[in-house]
Design a binder for this molecule. Structure first.
Ligand code: PRP
Ligand code: ZN
Length: 286
């Protein structure tokens, strides 16, 4: 029988929709069976395991799952023997210390002899130790942000994404301990066949990721403007240049980085470009 890889993703929560969307963008169709703990992909040799994100590192370490998609925050907190294979660029957040809005905060010394509520005791205690702060860590597993309001703690150490949870609980972020985003993790003992499937999947993820970072750009320009426009376009290769029906004009096609493209468009207009079209790229293989 053909080998298959088991990939664990978050069953529900901040990462789960994006994790499923990523697999879909990789062209992988998942069969939605009634048994929703595990679902086979129909056109790629992987099976999806739906788990609590906090449990994924353990399952990947012991080989119950071969791969996992989860936040770096959970990878760091659980500290298992697994490989972080790839950053995925979504579910960006940070693990931060926050205190009541009305408290004066000047430095980490604020936390000396204070009580801090968190679901991340491992990361927090090593951070405090490194900074020579002696504080009491109060481990709670959910709704950490209400702890100061009910007198359970003086401060919290929790995940911040938009910041709205802190804001609505009257807290302010004062120190960032860790930056985090979704990553692919892997078991350390994949065999040759499993490694092959793993590499195929990483290849597809790379194609999806680079497509997202880039746009396809088309524009028209008088032939005299082609050299300066070509200089502006930071394409993967030199741009494609096609003659237009109108004498002395050409159409230029290239790929531009999403982050730079507003700047470039201004420069292109100045250089004489007209009829600029910017189109999303579905997959990009380099
Ligand atoms: C985190 C954190 C807050 C919220 C912050 O929970 O505990 O509740 O996200 O987000 P915001 O800054 O956008 O308001 P998370 O989704 O990581 O849940 P989990 O810890 O149970 O995985
Ligand atoms: Zn969680």
């Amino acid at each position: 029988m053909e080998k298959r890889l088991k990939i664990a993703i978050q069953k529900s929560g901040r990462l789960s929709d994006s994790s499923k969307a990523l697999l879909k963008e990789c062209g992988i169709q998942i069969k939605n069976g009634k048994n929703n703990l595990m679902a086979p992909a129909v056109n790629f040799p992987i099976d999806i395991l739906y788990l609590r994100d906090d449990d994924i590192p353990q399952y990947v370490e012991d080989g119950t799952a071969d791969l996992g998609i989860l936040g770096e925050n959970v990878v760091a907190e659980t500290d298992k023997n697994i490989i972080t294979a790839k950053k995925l660029g979504f579910a960006k957040c940070r693990l931060s210390l926050a205190v009541p809005k009305s408290d004066d905060y000047n430095s980490l010394l604020f936390f000396q002899n204070k009580k801090i509520a968190t679901s991340y005791p491992v990361i927090l205690s090593s951070f405090l130790k490194k900074n020579n702060i002696d504080a009491e860590i109060h481990k709670i597993s959910g709704s950490v942000e209400i702890a100061p309001n009910i007198g359970l703690a003086d401060a919290v150490c929790d995940i911040v994404s938009s910041g709205s949870t802190l804001f609505s609980n009257g807290l302010k972020e004062v120190e960032v301990i860790l930056q985090s985003e979704a990553v692919v993790v892997a078991n350390t003992n994949l065999d040759e066949e499993q490694t092959k499937i793993f590499e195929q999947l990483m290849f597809r993820i790379d194609a999806v990721k680079s497509a997202k970072k880039n746009k396809y750009i088309l524009l028209n320009a008088p032939n005299s403007a082609i050299p300066s426009i070509t200089n502006i376009l930071p394409g993967i290769k030199s741009p494609t240049i096609l003659p237009l029906a109108e004498e002395g004009w050409s159409s230029l096609h290239s790929v531009v980085n999403e982050e730079q493209f507003w700047n470039i468009i201004d420069e292109l207009k100045v250089a004489g470009a007209e009829g600029i079209l910017v189109i999303p790229i579905e997959k990009m293989i380099s």
